[in-house]
Write a protein that binds this ligand. Structure first.
Ligand code: RBF
Length: 211
């Protein structure tokens, strides 16, 4: 019998083109992480999110994800504020990867591209926890899931729960489309990206009181 599990298709198609989205991922169990991040980026692009609006940051393990998400969200507000100030000042339009020009008056303004002008609309937290022989797994799964929920409720920015809590290596591989059996499984990174675009779009609309 086929399974009834999994998300239904959304009622509407969501346009990712105005959205800025961060992916924060851990590096434990990297083979699986890499596939999930690739799946998420591919889906974000498919949904119209511009490459310049996808920011990827990494942390050592899943336990570090909640703080990282919180700081990344806060930092994007600082960045957007600084950009607005610079725009009001009128001359500094450099990308955030370039050093700030020493003098505004002597530096010609570069083109207005890839400029981080808006805070993140959603953050996708990606981690892979695989159960070992101690209680570590249970403690990290529990604290990380609660803390990620807290970050999204405290900030009002959707935080997508992209943390696999697998009992075996194979469970993790299957959920990244890397299954070792006849079925390769499904890459859940794609679903997390779709959820990010949908939640970011809803949140923008709901914030404006549109239902
Ligand atoms: N981090 C993960 O993202 N996935 C894991 O499966 C994982 N297993 C761990 C097992 C042990 C015994 C320890 C000590 C850490 C593990 N971590 C894992 C790392 C953890 O999330 C965190 O990075 C470190 O504990 C440092 O705060």
């Amino acid at each position: 019998m086929s399974s009834i599990k999994g998300p239904a298709a959304p009622d509407a198609k969501f346009d990712g083109s105005p959205l800025r989205i961060a992916i924060v991922h851990s590096r434990w169990n990297k083979t699986v992480i890499d596939a999930l991040v690739t799946g998420a980026v591919t889906k974000l692009r498919e949904q119209g999110v511009k490459d310049s609006n996808i920011v990827i940051q990494s942390v050592p393990g899943s336990f570090e994800l909640p703080l990282a998400c919180s700081k990344v969200i806060a930092g994007s507000h600082v960045q957007a504020g600084a950009t607005a100030t610079d725009l009001l000042g009128g001359l500094y339009l450099g990308s955030f990867t370039s050093p700030r020009p020493p003098s505004r008056s002597s530096t010609p303004a570069p083109a207005l591209v890839n400029m981080p002008s808006q805070p993140f609309d959603a953050v996708i937290a990606i981690g892979v926890l695989i159960k070992g022989s101690t209680m570590h797994f249970e403690y990290i799964c529990d604290s990380v899931s609660h803390a990620l929920m807290r970050v999204q409720l405290d900030t009002g920015v959707p935080v997508i729960f992209g943390v696999l809590t697998a009992l075996t290596d194979d469970q993790a591989l299957d959920r990244a489309g890397l299954g070792r059996g006849a079925e390769k499984g499904h890459n859940h990174g794609e679903d997390w990206a779709a959820a990010a675009v949908e939640m970011a779009s809803h949140t923008r609309r709901w914030t404006e009181g549109k239902f």
